[in-house]
Each structure stands twice: as structure tokens, then as C-alpha cells.
Design a protein around this ligand. Sequence first.
Ligand code: CMC
Length: 430
Amino acid sequence: MNQKATLKYGEKSYSMPIVEGTYGEQAFDVRSLRKDTGLITLDSGYMNTGSTKSQITYINGEEGVLLYRGYPIEQLAEASTFVETSYLLIYGELPTPTQLQAFSELLTYHSMLHEDMRHLYDGFPSNAHPMAILSSMVSALSAYYPDSLEPDTHDEHHIGRVLSKVRTIAAFTYQKQHGRPVAYPRNELNYCANFLHMMFSHPAEQTYEPDPELVKALNVLLILHADHEQNCSTSTVRLVGSSRANLYAAISAGISALWGPLHGGANQAVIGMLEEIRAEGGDCSAFIRQVKNRERRLMGFGHRVYKNFDPRASILKTYADRLLSHLELKDELFDIARQLEEVALSDEFFIDRQLYPNVDFYSGILYRAMGIPTEMFTVMFAIGRIPGWIAHWKEMMEDPDLRIGRPRQIYMGAKRRDYVSTEERHPRSP
Ligand code: CMC
């Protein structure tokens, strides 16, 4: 398609190409706009900026559609595993049985941490947030694998390492913070079962055998978090990677971006909010009134892209129900979450603003049921998001048009002025 758009400014008109995606979504290609007109586009928060073309994930926020490499998220959650979905995201196709086996073996091969890395844990305070430890440890991996510092390294082993070791780092953090020795990975266990083993094995107890229902729920959770195109953390990974920083540095930056309460930190904030509502007597309508008065924010609701429903939230609600009944657990917070959803979805404030539960609304309920503590929730999100970050980093590094990411700005500060010595400076009036 060679369609062009015309922009009129003053006496002149400029033309720019239109780019069209697989599903017909269109964009003005503004790359030559500054060269042609001297003007830039201004878009704080990137509400309307496409930073790249990508073949990895498709989202239709109006219709609640999420596809990884063309496959609907509902089908992957039902039938795939996290390892298979990771392969799909990173390499573009579902693996053959031989490819899947080789990929699983790669992850098993890289599941241990360098023994010296265990000593790094001793330097953290016992109450350090697990996300601080995760981002530091992932960044530290580059020190142990210095060949990753070579620009344009695409060694499959680095991909395998980061994907495999994040769960070991996370589980070691948990065990250390509970004053227990770490549990080393067991090669005969699959990715998710191995993680549960490393988290919950106790040296004084019998060999931990992960419950298949927990393993299935964890696979689903990780699959649902595995990619979400150009969100804040993925854009961070791309921006850092665009300077040709190594994979570990780029992923570590993504982990830091994910930490914020408006992004991956929301799953932890949701549980905090539900606990507050419970402590205040469980009155969801009163809480919603406060949200509408802008005294509080309904965490786990709203999304920059989904303006109808978040398909991940619907799947997780079903799995939360399923896991709680399998474990014969009653969770008051789940009841409050369901009531809150019901009250919010019938309220004009939320309807008008198209605010619906997002992936974080029910994920915490599932993690709680698995025995994962609240401060680890965002770490769980990070483990799930690793394949997406790798896939975007790889796609970007293989793009022959790759250029360093470098937005521009409109300067609104003081005009040029001369330096004044300290003695001559007069205190500003308050
Ligand atoms: N509770 C109350 N009001 C809200 C909420 C909310 N959760 N989300 C948006 N609004 C209101 C907001 O106040 C604004 O109202 P008005 O136009 O009257 O000022 C309107 O809805 C539009 O909101 P926005 O902040 O302009 O929307 P955004 O696209 O910039 O922000 C968001 C998206 C996800 C940051 C936001 O909805 C939010 O803060 N949600 C709560 C945090 C959360 O659950 N984050 C997880 C997102 S999904 C997973 C992930 O990406 O990590």
C-alpha cells in the first residue's frame, strides 16, 4: 500500500507515508517530519506513539483480543506450557517435539547459579524487597558471563540463562529471607515444578512433590504475563538494548520498570487494597465512593490499551475459583474482589471511563493460594515477562534498521543567562 497523508501547516503542505499492520491498523510514518518541517511531534506518556513495527504480540483493546505470534491467549493458557510459549514468543513458531526438548534441556542446563553469586545474597538486608534483589542479581549475571558484553552477541546460552536463572534467583531470595538454606534445582522437574520445589522444599521435610494443579496454575499465570507488546517495561528493555547494552543489563532495567505500582507492582497493591477494605469492615460500596471522590485508586482496574475487558483477567478469575476449590481454601479477599468488581462494573464512573479488571486484579489471589508471599508478586510477574522481553530484545537486535532510541523534547526552561557567583546571588523572595 502506498497511501500517503498530507499535513498542512502555514502555507505549506507535507506528505507522509501511511504504515498498515496485519489487522489494518494504520499509522502516520513521521520519521522525516522534522527534516521536512523542522517540527517534532509531542506525545507525553506515548499515548499515541508507535515506537516500532513488531511481529510478536497483537492486542485489540476494544475487543479484548490478545494473540502471541497469532495464537489466542485463551488457547495457549489452556493447552500450552510456559516453556513452549516462551519458545513461541522468542523464535516465532511453536516448537517441534525435538526443538521443545532441546529448549527444555537448555533451561535445565542453566538452572543453577554460579556458587559465588550465592554470597551476594549476604550483602542484602534480610528485609530487602525481592524486586531489588532480582534486578541486582540479573544485572550481576553479566559479570559472570562477560562474553555477553560483546556488542551484538546473540548467543542462545544467554537467552537460556536469563530465562532459567530468574526463577532460581527468586526462589533463593525467598528461602534466604526465611532463614533457610537454598534448595538447588532438580533436573528431573519441569520449569514450573522446579520453581515450586526451589521455593517450598524444606531440608527437614520429605522431598517436596509439587501438586499438578499448582503447576498448571503457575503455567497459566506465567503464560498470561509472558508478553504485552510495548508496555513500560518492554519499552525500557528495548530502549536500553538499543544502546547495545548486554541482554542482562536490558532485562535488569525492564525489571526495575516493572516494579512501579502503576505497572507490575499493581498485583501487590491490589492485595494491600483488599486487605484495607477487609480491615475497614468489607464495605465495597464505601470504597468505590472514595475512588470516585479521587481519595483512593482502584488498583487492578483500568488499562492503557484494554477498553472493554482484559482477557487475562477473565482467565485468571476462572483459575482462582478452580485453585481455591481444589485446595479447599476460603479466601475472604477473593470474595471482596468479586464484590468490588460487581459494584465497579455497574457504576457510571467506571463505565464512562471504560475501566475493567486487568491482569493484576486476580493474579494475587492465585499467588496467595500457592503460598507465595505478597512482596514476591511482582517478582512472579517478572519471571513471566522474561520471554517477552527477550523476544523484543532479539527482534530489535536482528532489525537491520536498528538505531539508538533517543526521543526529543520541547524545552520550556530559562533562556540563556550568565553565571552569577555565590556572593553576588541574592536570596530569592519566598
Ligand atoms: N481507579 C480509579 N480511576 C481510574 C483508574 C483506577 N484504577 N484508572 C484510571 N482511572 C481514571 C483516571 O482517574 C482518569 O479519570 P479522569 O479522566 O476523570 O481524570 C481516567 O480513568 C483515565 O485514566 P488514566 O490514568 O488517564 O489512564 P492511563 O491509561 O494513563 O492509565 C493505568 C492506565 C493502568 C495506569 C491506570 O488505569 C491505573 O492507574 N490503574 C491502576 C493500577 C493498575 O492496576 N495497573 C496495572 C495495569 S495492567 C498490568 C501492567 O501493565 O502492569
